[in-house]
Design a protein. Sequence first.
Lengths: 584, 278
Amino acid sequence: MSITLDQVTKHYGGVPVVNDVSLDIGDGEFFVLLGPSGSGKSTLLRAVAGLSGVDHGRISLHGRDVTHVAARKRGVGLVFQNYALFQHMTVAENIEFALRVRRMRARARRERRKELLRLVALEGLDERLPAQLSGGQQQRVAVARALAHKPEVLLLDEPFGALDAKIREELRRTIRQVQRELGITTVLVTHDQEEAFAMADRIGIMNLGRLLEMGAPHDLYTRPATRFVATFLGAANLILARRTPDGVQIGGATVAAAERAEDTRENEVVAVVRPEEIEVAASRETLSCGYLGRGVVDEVVFTGALERLRVGLTDEKHAPLLAFGDGESDASLQVTRSQHEQRSFEVRPGQQVAIGVRRVHVLPTPLSSFTACAPSEDLAERLSHQPLLAELAARMKTRITTRSEPQLGIPEAPCQGADTFVGTTVLAAYPDSAQRAEWLLRRGARDLLVLPDEARAPQRVLIHWIGEAARSATLAISASVLRHVPAEAVYVGIVPGQADAAGHPHGMRQLLDARSEAQAAHGLEMRTELHFGDAEQQLARRLGEAPGQMLIVGVGPLAHFTERFRQLLDGGRWPVLIVHRGVA
Amino acid sequence: MSFRQPSILPGFGLTFGFTTVFLSTIVLLPLAALVLAAGSMHWSDFVHTVLSPRALGSYRLSFGASLLAACINLVFGFIIAWTLVRYEFPGRNLIDALIDMPFALPTAVSGIALTTVFAQNGWIGRYLEPLGIKVAYTWIGVTLALTLISMPFAVRAVQPALLEVQRELEEAAETLGAGRLYVFRRIILPTVLPALLTGFTLAFARAVGEYGSVIFISGNLPMKTEITPLLIVIHLEQFDYQGAAALGLVMLVISFVMLLAINLLQAWGRRRHVRAAS
């Protein structure tokens, strides 16, 4: 491996800007770090270059641990967005800088310089000053300069950001060519997905300091695992669908699900439908693919090769539910159509159409939508505006519905609403939260978020499960939550009894297992802690130690739930997400 | 070719006229009077006055101490500016404000304060005395006073230039393998050199013209610690206006030549280094 990052973490003022990133980049690979601004990608690149230290984790280049090695001894070449050329030196002096530092002889320097200038197609400009060159030429000089000392790794920090479209295209080709010719391992940081697609062997997508997913461009586009990647890489319609034993039911259509279901119970899932996978036709009969629903064309935008439509869904019984938006009428499907499709069926704004869907990808995320549940509609409505809930829903691009249960918490009283609970149920914290939580869990709620009024986005999320039945689901949900909040994840292992020699090896094994499973199966990097004693008591103690913490706890059977969870839930001192699985 | 450049704001005629009149009244006219006054002397008198051993001694001290002070400020002014620009520390704004104190203080006050501290029985002077170092009433004291009053010029000239040195340039140099000293020598210094020279020039010019603070600390011994401005005042007190004007003219010429030389050097450096384009 050329570059290996192991749990690299960097904080600025208490906020993790790079959060537990582990990554392997192979020899000669062109790796692109893609993410919105502020996602931590540049900080990560600077950490690899040695220009900023890390708070935690290790960085190795070609098997050499360089975590504490100064930038000048790392043997990397770095190219900056605004070139950072030495203005008082000529092109030749700029390129020879690294060689001069290494006391290379003038003759050898000149030869190397000629070679590099040929590589970046700037022959004959040796004696110019940077200010006499165009932006594209300056960046070429910067690339040549970064390659002069034959670094093992080339790092490019948004190198095309300051250039206009045409030059950008040209320089992209040059860099890709140089990279192939030298076979040098390269990491490019960008926020432009088109650039990432055009250049990368592999893309890693970052958001909020975390490396969410990585893979070949095509795989990431067609089979994203997270909402963020689905919507960041090109446009995507996120639709709430139901997974049934027969397949995935989305609007009027049922499509076979490729992915294996976690359990046989029917549950809500999030489906990704790319705009180019949607077909519109005059009627249901003329569609050549599965029928999704009916709609009205809101907007037609001509963009050259493609036509962009916005199609509002008509209210009917099996209308698909858009995950995005809050149920207002402005929520509409994005559709793109090729010239060919435009010719075979022309549409105008206001036209009624039948909508079909060619391909659906179901996100493996276990969190679909939120349902704020309270004894009255007013309280449920108020709960749905709770800041943390609103923030989570906005970041997850999902909807919050409300549900009133007048007899919430009264033992033996039946449910008033529908007999199934969809998505994650949200409960406001009360003095008797534990009892209310049990009431909901016993009546079918599977994921339950108990939310104090004043709860805000946490800085740390503690993860624990009681009983192995909920293990996998807890990890999956934790991974999903942590993709949307910039918090650190800590798995709390708790061994019953006293801290003694007998419990230790067992506890350590538990921690390692949890960590490796989280990493392998869910892409979640977490720290681990080991405590001894009663689970609920230890968790309550740990949560009480500092503000800004949240708990995600998995539970199996519900026996004695209210008594056990009283200290964690009653009074609502912190947000708790209960993951209930494995009921017989 | 016309001087006139198209501009958003009108009034070139007005502003140029004002500039000319203002400069003439305040600067050129008095200087011309000085030349005239000196010119009315007999040639041998003139030579006798400006080349007298006492005058020669005063030139040496005036220009020598000023150059030395400007050099000291070049180094320490840079360090102070560096500290203020590059580091965040409590009291930074206070120190930043303190830099300007020598601007605001009447120079005589600075002189008295320095003398108090550096006289043989002063706070610092008494510890230097046993070491055989006399500050007050020697050329060292003169240099010290000149350094103090010209320091703000050096700092304020370098500060904005240092602010503009991009961190990325240093980082680029670092990833290319350069050590700190190398980065400083090859990247930072060349970038701020024009500003450093400006600071040097300003500090030097200020020091040459200084009078108030020096007369207190120098002791004013003829041939030893007597600066040219003081000698001019002495001539004036003896109603020898022509002699004073002659010495003034010599100072004027020497200063002008030195400033011109530095300016030409700077222009040459600019042409050679930065932005030959456009």
